[in-house]
Write a protein that binds this ligand. Structure first.
Ligand SMILES: [Zn+2]
Length: 452
C-alpha cells in the first residue's frame, strides 16, 4: 500500500522525460527537493499533479498562472483556490499539505499555503496512505484510483523505456511482469530475483537507492552487433602504409560542395570502412551541418530533397557517434526531426520555447513504430523522404563501388546500433530496420556489379 511518507522510487531524470513527453514542464527536481525536505513521496505527488492539472492543461477551476498544481483551496463551484508566486512555491505548498495529512507538523513560519495554516490541526495525521486522501483532499471518490492510473502509465512507460535503453533488457523486462504490477521498479526487480549486471543503468535511472542493492552478474551475454573494439589507434599508426588503397577518389563527384569541415582522424586504411547512418534531429540540413562544423562533429549531409553535401574527403573524419567507429567510418546525417512527441492526435519535434513545442510535423510525415523492430525503438518518427532515402542508398553504394576492398556493407550501421543506450537515430526515420537496409545495399551492389 502506498504511503504518503517515504522514499521515492522513481528518478528525476525519467520523470522529467515522461513529463516532457506529455507536454508538462520538467519540474521533477522541484518535487524532489520539497519532498525530501518533509519526507513525502514526491514522485507520487507528481502523479497527483498530472491528475489535478490534467497534464498541465488546467481544464478545471485553477488557472495555470496560479502555480497551484494540486488544487489547494479550490473547493469547487468555480473557486480558483490559492495562488502561488512561482512553481517552486506551489510545489512546496503541495508537499507541505501532504506532509500535514500524513502527520508531519510543518512549522508555521515555513508554511506556504493559507489553507494549510488554516486546516493543519484538523487534517494532521488523518491520511497515512494515499488512498486515504479520497474524500478528503478531493470529494471525488475515484481520486486515488485516478492518481494511480497516471502512476501505472508512467511505470509501464518507464519499463519499456528502460528496456529500450539496453537491447537485451527487453527479454528480462518482459519476463518480469510481477514487478510491473507492483509498480516500484528497482525494488521489485530485485524482489523477483532478476540478477543484473547493468548497475550503471539502474543507478542512473533510480538514483542512489539502487546502489545499495546486491547485484550479481547474469549469464546472458551482450549481443554482438559488430566486431569487438580493435586495439587503440595511436597517431603514428593512423595511416597504414601497407593498406591496399585503390579508391578512385575521396570526393564524391556528384555531391554538393560545403565549406570544409575540421577533421580529427585520418582513417587507418586511407578510406572509410563503412558508414554510420544518422538523422539530424534538426531542421534544414545546411543549418545542421553548420552546427556540426562548429562543434567539431564532421559528417556528410543529406537533405529532405535528397541533396548530398560533402564537407571533407572520405579519407578522414572526426567524432560523430560516441564510439570507436568514427575513427574508421564516415557519418551520414540525413535531415529529420527523428523521434516525435505525440499529444492528442498531433506530433511535435523536440524543440520547445516557453513550455510549448515549436514545430508540428504533419501526420502524413510521421511513421509509427509500435514495437521494437531490430534497431528501431518504438515511437513516432519523422520519416525520411523517398528521395532522401534513395540518396542515402546512392551515397553508400558510391562509397562501396569506389573502394570495394575497404568499404564493407556489414559496416553500414545505425547510430542506434552503435550506441543503442542513448540514441534512436535513424530508428523509425528510415523505412526499414538497419539489417534490412544492409540487405538492400548488398542486393543493389550485386546488381551494379552484374551490370559492369
Ligand atoms: Zn546520430
Amino acid at each position: 500500500m502506498d504511503t504518503i511518507l517515504g522514499h521515492a522510487t522513481r528518478s528525476v531524470k525519467l520523470l522529467n522525460e515522461w513529463l516532457a513527453e506529455n507536454g508538462c514542464p520538467e519540474y521533477a527536481e522541484l518535487y524532489q527537493s520539497a519532498g525530501e525536505r518533509y519526507g513525502v513521496r514526491w514522485d507520487i505527488a507528481i502523479f497527483q499533479s498530472t491528475h489535478e492539472t490534467a497534464y498541465w492543461t488546467f481544464r478545471g477551476d485553477v488557472p495555470e498562472s496560479h502555480n497551484n498544481f494540486s488544487g489547494i483551496g479550490a473547493t469547487g463551484g468555480g473557486n480558483p483556490g490559492e495562488k502561488f508566486n512561482t512553481p517552486k512555491a506551489g510545489i512546496l505548498a503541495q508537499i507541505q499539505h501532504l506532509a500535514e495529512y500524513a502527520g508531519v507538523d510543518v512549522p508555521e513560519a515555513e508554511t506556504v499555503a493559507e489553507r494549510t495554516r488554516y486546516v493543519d490541526d484538523w487534517i494532521r495525521g488523518t491520511a497515512k496512505y494515499w488512498k486515504d486522501l479520497t474524500g478528503r483532499w478531493a470529494t471525488d471518490m475515484q481520486y486515488w484510483q485516478k492518481i494511480q492510473g497516471h502512476m501505472r502509465k508512467f511505470d509501464k512507460w518507464a519499463a519499456e523505456r528502460l528496456a529500450d535503453e539496453a537491447g537485451y533488457w527487453v527479454d528480462i523486462f518482459k519476463s518480469g511482469n510481477a514487478f510491473l504490477m507492483k509498480g516500484s521498479l528497482a525494488v521489485d526487480m530485485v524482489a523477483t530475483g532478476l540478477l543484473v549486471d547493468k548497475i550503471s543503468v539502474i543507478k542512473d535511472y533510480f538514483g542512489t537507492r539502487a546502489a545499495t542493492f546486491t547485484v550479481a552478474p547474469h549469464d546472458k551475454p551482450e549481443p554482438t552487433i559488430i566486431a569487438p573494439e580493435p586495439e587503440p589507434i595511436t597517431d603514428s599508426l593512423l595511416v597504414d602504409p601497407e593498406a591496399t588503397f585503390h579508391a578512385k577518389d575521396v570526393w564524391i563527384d556528384w555531391a554538393e560542395d560545403f565549406p570544409r569541415m575540421y577533421t580529427k582522424y585520418k582513417y587507418p586504411k586511407g578510406y572509410t570502412e563503412g558508414a554510420i547512418v544518422h538523422h539530424t534531429a534538426g531542421g534544414d540540413i545546411v543549418g545542421s551541418l553548420q552546427y556540426l562544423s562548429r562543434v567539431g562533429f564532421p559528417c556528410l549531409g543529406n537533405s529532405r530533397q535528397g541533396v548530398v553535401y560533402q564537407p571533407f574527403p572520405l579519407s578522414e573524419g572526426g567524432p560523430h557517434c560516441g564510439s570507436w567507429h568514427h575513427r574508421r567510418m564516415v557519418g551520414i546525417e540525413s535531415a529529420g526531426w527523428g523521434k516525435l512527441v505525440k499529444i492528442g492526435n498531433k506530433f511535435y519535434a523536440w524543440p520547445k520555447k516557453d513550455g510549448r513545442y515549436l514545430y508540428e510535423v504533419p501526420e502524413h510525415r510521421v511513421r509509427h513504430i509500435p514495437k521494437q523492430d531490430g534497431n528501431r525503438q518504438p515511437g513516432y518518427y519523422e520519416m525520411f523522404t523517398d528521395v532522401q532515402e534513395k540518396s542515402l542508398l546512392k551515397v553508400i553504394l558510391w562509397c562501396k563501388v569506389n573502394a570495394p576492398d575497404i568499404f564493407s556493407i556489414d559496416n553500414v550501421l545505425g547510430h542506434d546500433e552503435v550506441t543503442p543506450a542513448n540514441k534512436n537515430d535513424p530508428g523509425g526515420s528510415l523505412s526499414m530496420n538497419m539489417a534490412d537496409f544492409r540487405a538492400l545495399v548488398e542486393q543493389e551492389y550485386q546488381k551494379l556489379k552484374a551490370a559492369q
